[in-house]
Design a protein around this ligand. Sequence first.
Ligand SMILES: Cc1cc2nc3c(=O)[nH]c(=O)nc-3n(C[C@H](O)[C@H](O)[C@H](O)COP(=O)(O)OP(=O)(O)OC[C@H]3O[C@@H](n4cnc5c(N)ncnc54)[C@H](O)[C@@H]3O)c2cc1C
Length: 445
Amino acid sequence: MRYDVVVIGGGTAGYIAGSILARKGKRTLVIEKKKFGGVCVNSGCVPSIFLFDVTFLLTRLKEVAYYLGLEGKVEYRNALQKRNEIVEYLSNAGKKLIEDAGGETEIGEAEIISPNEIKINEKVVEFDKLIIATGSKPKIPNIKGIEYAISEDEAVNLNEIPESMVIIGGGYAGVEIAQFFSRLGSTITLLSKATILPNLSEDARRSVRDSLEFDGVNLVENVQINRIHGEGVFTNKGEFHGEIIVYATGREPQLPKGVEKIGLYTNECGVIVNEYKQAKGNIYAIGDVTNKERKTAHSAIFDAVVASLHIMDEKSLLHKINGYKIPQVLYTDPQVGIVGEEKDANKFSIFYFNATTRAIINGIRDGYVKIGINKNGEIVFGEVIGDKSEELINILTLAINSKIKVENLALMPFVHPSLSEAIVNTAKGFFDMDVDRYRRTNDKT
Ligand SMILES: Cc1cc2nc3c(=O)[nH]c(=O)nc-3n(C[C@H](O)[C@H](O)[C@H](O)COP(=O)(O)OP(=O)(O)OC[C@H]3O[C@@H](n4cnc5c(N)ncnc54)[C@H](O)[C@@H]3O)c2cc1C
C-alpha cells in the first residue's frame, strides 16, 4: 500500500493536517495508537476548559446568589459525566473529519522502518511524505515516591472531586488545576519550585496569585520537594497532605519507534524542524513533538497548516503567514492572554476593565488590556487580563499579524457596550483620546 502522505498521530496536529491534505486530493493515511483527538481532546484543553466553565459559572452564581439573597446547595450530579460525553463526541469528530475529507484512518502503533516505509499492525505501508505528529507526554519528575502521584492529564479526568489535593508544579497546568478543584470544594496546596508562572509579567502573576489566594489555595513557592509517600509530600518547607497528589511538571516529546532509522535531529524539547516544519527532506514534524517550549493546541494547528501548505507547494500563502505570532491563554479566573513579545515594543498603553461600561454592568471588573507598539506605530505586543481574554486576545493577534497601525485600531468603531471596547480604548490611550479612563480615576460605582 502506498500513500502520498502518512501522518503518525491523530491528535490536534495530525487530524488537522490529515483532513487538509485529504481534502486537497492527497492520498492520506492518519494512524492513531490510542484515541483520535490526542491530548487536547482527551486529557488536555477540552476536559480542563470544561472544568473552567463549570467553576467559573459556580463562582458567578454564588455572587449573584449573595446579591439576590438566594440560598441553595450545589450538587454536581452528572457534571463530570457531561465532560466525558463532550470528550467522546470530539474524539470521534477528529476521526470523522479525516474520513469525510476522503482520508483514511487506522488504529495501531506506527513504527518507522525506513525513510519511505512504516509498519502498522504487522503490515508495511509506503509513503512519499511522512508527518510525525506524535505529541508529548507528561514529564515525570525525579522525586522519590512519584508513583503515588498522578499526572496533569489524569487530574483533569478525575471522576470524583477529592477532599484534598497537593499539586506539584506552578506552570499553566498546575495553576489551572489548582483553581478548578479549589472551586469545586477540594482543599488545595500548590507547590512550585520557583515563583509560579515565571514567563508571565509581574502584573499578570500578581493577578493570578491574588485570585488563587481568594479561592483558598495554599500556594507555596520556592519549595524543594524531597519525597512523596502515600498521601504526604515532604519538602524543605514542611509536609503537605492530599488525598490526590498531582504532578504538572512539564511535558516531553513522544517519539515514534524507529525514529533513529531516519536520523532526525532532536533536543530535549523535541524534533528540530525548519520554518516549513520539515525535519529532513520528505519527513515533517508538527505539534507538541517539535522543539518548541510553548506547546499548545493552536500552535499545533498552525504547524499543521504550514506543513500542509508546504506539501501542497503553496509558496505564496506560506510567505504570507511566515512569522505569525501565536497567542497563549491561561484559563484561570481572571484569564490571561498574551501575544507578541514585550521586548519588541517601545511604547505601551493600558486600559482597565473597571472603566469599561460592559464590565461595570456585568460586575467582572478585574484586569486590563495592555498594548505595546514599535517605533513605526505597529502593534507588536498584547496582554489581556480579565474575563473573556481568550476571545479578546484574538483581536490583538489579528492586529499584530496583519501589521495594523495603532491609529487604525484606535479609530475602529467597536460595539458599545462590549468588553472589546477596552482594546480600542487602550489604542486610543496612545493619542490621549481614551475618554472612559476618566471613570477609573473618579470611580464611585
Ligand atoms: C491539562 C492540559 C490542558 C491543556 N490546555 C490547553 C489549552 O487550553 N489550550 C491549548 O492550546 N493547549 C492546551 N494544552 C496543550 C494541548 O493539549 C497540546 O498542545 C496538543 O494536544 C498538542 O497536539 P499534538 O497533536 O501535537 O499532540 P497530541 O495531542 O499529544 O497527539 C499526539 C497523538 O499521537 C498519538 N501517537 C503517539 N505515538 C504514536 C505512534 N507511534 N503511532 C500512532 N499514534 C501515535 C498519541 O496517542 C496522540 O493521540 C493542554 C494540555 C494539558 C495536558
